[in-house]
Design a protein around this ligand. Structure first.
Ligand code: R5P
Length: 294
């Protein structure tokens, strides 16, 4: 068997008003089969369990690992199991666009629920569009936003007044809300064919002259970077001198990190996906969940 490098899974247990922690070793057999071993099982029977498990990168393997872990915890008599997954993969496929197409976000929720997870805590879940909670296929999802922490970080690197916008209608919620007092929202329209309208129909002078020189484009995730890059180009074409890219989940595929870096004054992304320079949010969110749930 060989171990794969991945951010470690944390298992917190609470029983008889006392808190314990245990660890799990995940490995793969030579043929790829997954193996899961909880190292100290002493305090599991009757305990409330909170697991922090990263479902990305290697999402398929990480999903299987989570299911194996939850099943093992149940077999060992855990009383209730909640999971914190900082980034929820498959959340973008939340409808079938073609007949016969999988709605993978629903399936994932169903199998996590059926495995015995009571609540899934996650950060800025794509299909929730900023809502604090929902239930999908029986799975209760608690969605935490870290936009406030990202904005705090932004304010450590610039003193300029700024204006936050989303690159499409789906991300407009990131420009609103209590933490966004200085911001106003605007968005571009993303058409059904995936193209983004780059005219001034939805992003006009009244949006861009509010705080003059500094614009932040905020999106829940940057995957290939296509959406963010088009939005940045649009804003830059309009002569805005300081443009920041902000995201909860920076997957930064296809060299998009480098492409976005050359277009921006700064990039702000959280550590739900590990990368140098990420704003640390995961530990603080986990602590908050643990204080509340355990
Ligand atoms: C889409 O609705 C999301 O909010 C993101 O805008 C999108 O998923 C980002 O993907 P990409 O970086 O590949 O354009």
């Amino acid at each position: 068997m060989h171990a794969q490098h991945h951010p470690a899974t944390t298992i917190l247990l609470k029983r008889d008003e006392k808190q314990f922690e245990t660890t799990v070793a995940f490995n793969n057999f030579a043929d790829g089969d997954t193996h899961c071993l909880i190292e100290d099982t002493t305090h599991i029977r009757g305990a409330s369990v909170l697991v922090r498990h990263y479902l990305y990168p290697n999402q398929n393997e990480q999903i299987v690992r989570l299911l194996f872990l939850v099943a093992t915890l149940r077999d060992l008599g855990a009383r209730s199991i909640e999971v914190f997954a900082p980034y929820l993969p498959y959340a973008r496929q939340d409808k079938a666009h073609l007949p016969g197409e999988i709605i993978s976000s629903k399936l994932l929720c169903r199998i996590i629920h059926e495995s015995g997870v009571r609540v899934l805590h996650t950060i800025d879940c794509h299909f929730m569009k900023g809502a604090p909670e929902t239930t999908v296929e029986g799975l209760k999802i608690h969605n935490l936003l870290v936009q406030g922490m990202l904005v705090e970080h932004l304010e450590t690197i610039t003193n300029e007044p700024y204006h936050i916008i989303g690159p499409d209608a789906g991300s407009a919620y990131l420009a609103d809300g209590e933490t966004m007092k200085k911001a106003r929202s605007a968005h571009y329209d993303k058409h059904a064919d995936g193209s983004i309208r780059r005219s001034v129909d939805t992003l006009d002078d009244k949006h861009l002259t509010i705080t003059d020189k500094t614009i932040v484009i905020a999106d829940d995730m940057i995957s290939t970077g296509g959406t963010m890059i088009r939005a940045l180009e649009n804003v830059k074409e309009r002569g805005v001198p300081n443009v920041y890219a902000m995201t909860s989940h920076g997957l930064f595929l296809q060299e998009s990190f480098e492409k976005i870096a050359v277009l921006t004054t700064g990039m702000i992304y959280s550590d739900t996906i590990a990368r140098e320079g990420a704003v640390p949010v995961v530990d603080a969110v986990f602590e908050e969940i643990a204080n509340h749930q355990l």
